[in-house]
Design a protein around this ligand. Structure first.
Ligand code: PMP
Length: 456
């Protein structure tokens, strides 16, 4: 059945008056011009309702890793829906796509991470990990081991627990389950490491972790949750050795290490998973979503160790946790096709070259007066703007400097994501060298324009 969708920008925005956008200034969105309707996409590009073709510099939302419009994934979804549109994985039921995907993820994940609980978003994966670990410790006769260590700067999602694990800036004035979570210091050397060498800064972070655990009591803490590289908190790469040492502390205190690889998995940093291959640590649980299906279907995976599974699947007791769409057939099929494509085209391997070029191209923007730091790794980048390079002073918040640059970039054909005084890039992983150069040029011209405007 052909569905009837609005075509003209005016008509789309009229319908859109009923839609509540995420993380948006809803008041500003009431102005018609403040919204962009994306109507189609192919490869590295998207098209808006006015016919403008734009480089998708944010990969949908850190997720369209293999690029838009890939026939192989679309066919796999359609074939699956024609065979089995939906069945749940509740009670005694399973189905071939979810089963095959769980097995595949067990093969790709490091160490003894072989058992998978599916959800439909990164937030749900993170909530699920905590619920699973609380259940695990209850079964071991330690019900008080239920709290979470997170970090300032983290982003773990928007459900009630995930937002509490997220950095407090994302929930200013909103209620949350903050009695469940303790936030450790943000591992951002450039901003917070004043007067220290990077090694001293790392020692300080580890001491903060150890002291916090001693104060709260390891007997009360279920897990430490951490993104390998913080994403929506500003693309923060921790000092070399951070995750290895945090992992050692977790093991010493019998605290489970949960890696939030919602963004960093499936090729974005040049590997299927970053925890072990990039950061040298094997967590007890890896959570992932986004690039798992390249965004073609909503799906998340909480991949746990055999040891955790052994305890939660022991005698006496039901696993009282479930989401209707856990392991949805179409989403599982999308993930299987997406992973097959990544393997066939060796996308993670290619990212080790093209992602490095992307990193280098963006790093060159640091010679601009208002660019304080360009950071990130491979296809995960953040550009932080400063009004003064020496003091690292920020522009006034109301100036919305990130948004100003993003608007200029979009007018030149590139979508980038503003985050206050930071601009984030997380493109598809299939960019050509020419497209990478073009992104560098557009960003340079846009930043110089904005600099002239704010200085002038
Ligand atoms: N964790 C990380 C690291 C994320 O970047 C995000 C989303 N940007 C989430 C969790 C939440 O995922 P979702 O929006 O799918 O709930």
């Amino acid at each position: 059945m052909a569905i009837d969708l609005p075509v003209l920008t005016r008509d789309i925005l009229k319908s859109d008056d009923h839609l509540v956008q995420s993380f948006a200034d809803l008041n500003a969105l009431k102005q018609q011009g403040a919204r962009t309707a994306i109507v189609s996409a192919k490869g590295t590009m998207v098209t808006d309702s006015d016919g403008n073709e734009l480089i998708d510099g944010i990969g949908g939302l850190w997720c369209v890793n293999v690029g838009h419009g890939r026939r192989e994934i679309i066919d796999a979804i359609r074939d699956q829906l024609e065979t089995l549109d939906f069945y749940s994985t509740f009670y005694t039921f399973t189905h071939p796509a979810a089963a095959a995907l769980a097995q595949k993820l067990g093969q790709l994940a490091p160490g003894n991470l072989n058992k998978v609980y599916f959800g439909n978003s990164g937030s749900v994966a993170n909530d699920s990990a905590v619920r699973i670990l609380q259940h695990y410790y209850r079964r071991l006769g330690r019900p008080e081991k239920r709290l979470v260590l997170s970090r300032n700067g983290a982003y773990h999602g928007s459900t009630f627990l995930a937002i509490a694990m997220t950095t407090p800036e994302y929930s200013k004035g909103w209620d949350k389950a903050d009695n469940m979570v303790h936030h450790l210091k943000k591992p951002h050397y450039w901003r917070e490491g004043d007067g220290m060498s990077e090694a001293e800064f790392l020692d300080m972070l580890m001491e903060d972790m150890r002291a916090s655990i001693e104060r709260i009591g390891a007997e009360n803490i279920a897990c430490f949750i951490a993104e390998p590289i913080m994403g929506a908190g500003g693309v923060i790469v921790p000092p070399e050795g951070y995750h290895r040492r945090a992992g050692d502390i977790c093991r010493a205190y019998d605290i489970k290490f949960v890696a939030d690889e919602v963004v960093t998995a499936f090729g974005r940093l040049g590997h299927f998973f970053a925890s072990q291959d990039v950061f040298g640590t094997t967590p007890d649980i890896i959570n992932t979503a986004k690039g798992l299906t390249s965004g073609y279907q909503p799906l998340s995976a909480t991949i746990m160790s055999d040891e955790i599974h052994e305890v939660i699947s022991g005698p006496d007791g039901v696993f009282l946790h479930g989401m209707t769409y856990s392991g949805h057939p179409a989403a599982s099929a999308a993930a299987l096709a997406n992973i097959a494509l990544m393997e066939q085209e060796q996308i993670p391997e290619r990212v080790r070259t093209t992602g490095k070029l992307f990193e280098k191209t963006l790093k060159a923007l640091e010679d601009i007066e208002i660019v304080g730091e360009v950071r990130g790794s491979h296809f995960m980048a953040g550009i932080e703007f400063v009004s003064d390079k020496q003091s690292k002073a920020l522009f006034p918040e109301a100036m919305n400097i990130g948004m100003k640059v993003a608007r200029r970039a979009q007018a030149r054909g590139l979508i980038a994501r503003p985050l206050g005084h930071i601009l984030i890039l997380s493109p598809t992983l299939i960019l050509s060298e020419a497209e990478i150069a073009r992104i560098g040029d557009i960003l340079r011209e846009s930043i110089l324009d904005v600099m002239a405007e704010v200085r002038g």
